[in-house]
Ligand binder design. Sequence first.
Ligand SMILES: [Zn+2]
Length: 395
Amino acid sequence: MCTLWRVLWSTLTAGVPPQQHGILNFAASMKGKVENDAGELVDGMVQMPYTSNSRAVPAVWNMAGENGRSVLNVAWWVTWPAEEVPHSRIVASYAAQVQGRLLWKSGVWEKGLPEHTWPRELRQEILPALAGGADGGPLSAAFVRTFGKVRPGPARDFRSHMAGLFHVAFRGDGTHVRIMREQLRREVADLNMVYVGLPDVAGHYYWRYREPDRFRFRADERIVGELQGHIDKVYQQADAWLGELLAEVPEETIVLVLSDHGMHAFNTETPEDIAQGGLQSGGHEDGPDGVFIVAGPGVERRGLLPAAERRVANVFDVTPTLLHWLGLDLPDSARGVALRGLMTAEWRAGHPEPGRKDYDAGFRARTDPREPYIGASEDFMTDLVEGLGYIDAGK
Ligand SMILES: [Zn+2]
């Protein structure tokens, strides 16, 4: 199953392969306490989701902030605990799609998720946005207006379970977009980044209803009618969120919209995926490439490229390109290049080829993954295995 995207987002923002950045999967197997059949805690192996301290090299926000560029980073993958980066505002994400569950797990955000933000006092500023995302709050109402009510059902009922997690993912994204918008309004940084996970979640859950003809075992027609529009509505919502953020930045901003993969119909041949509780109906395996859209001052306007020319970048080029736009040198360790070919000849003339620099020197040592609260790792892994159907239990 797809285990790679947590790795990929780290590769995108570190500019080096997993063996170098050290985020090798969703989670690391580590010694810890597990419950035995008698309910006692005993020594065993636990799955701990990777956290920012387990990354071995600086990410683009470390490189930018350490070199005098201001940074605003909201909910990027593997950013909890929020790192102490100079000139930065970081709102950390522990687990992206399931972040919502963690944020609104009874009392977590009210008591304060430890090291959720940098600077630490930024946490106070985002409390109203967190409150707005809680179940029953304004974002719940917005969800119901767009997607309808989440219908209660048996705990293992396919649709109610799926809708519950979809609802949480919507509130997580909506909350992070609001935080991003409010922080941009306060001050636009040199490097501003936000992660939205809903299109991915919707693709996994609702492809079966979006394109029922692609599946040999068709879903019930009534359910198709009810859920067929969900993926399209999610893309409209993501566009609307993007529009809200663009309204907060000056015209002379370079904007990069990026996904780490495309999706397609998945599990099309067998009914077992539903029978056994696996929920994926869209997947990334052999799916199309992700999107890469760049616009702004100095960017060569080319519109949608012909199919044969669409592969303009690979994952290793993103960090070098961002650093080049920020007027910084590329890391010695960079595998990719700054994509100068995306820019106009005039821009290139005014911005000479970047040099190289050792960003790794003096970077803190990597340490084992941490937990924001006791049981968080287990909650996260349960969501991944049972809820999203992303990974096989026990792997
Ligand atoms: Zn996915």
